[in-house]
Design a protein around this ligand. Structure first.
Ligand SMILES: [Zn+2]
Length: 57
């Protein structure tokens, strides 16, 4: 499975997440950081991944 690096907005650590299939992008996925376990929202679009913090909402 293809993965993409994202940076956690809470702890700033970088980790890999699995990319959804291209036909399912763009999409947003709830994800818990693998390092600090805080929730974030990851937006997948055109094979890129961007993490946004949920803590600020
Ligand atoms: Zn984190």
């Amino acid at each position: 499975m293809e993965t993409k690096e994202v940076q956690c907005p809470s702890c700033c650590q970088v980790f890999d997440v699995a990319l959804p299939p291209l036909e399912e992008q763009p999409c947003e996925v709830d994800y818990d950081c693998e390092i600090c376990c805080r929730p974030m929202l990851i937006r997948f679009e055109m094979d890129s991944a961007e993490a946004m913090s949920l803590a600020d909402l």
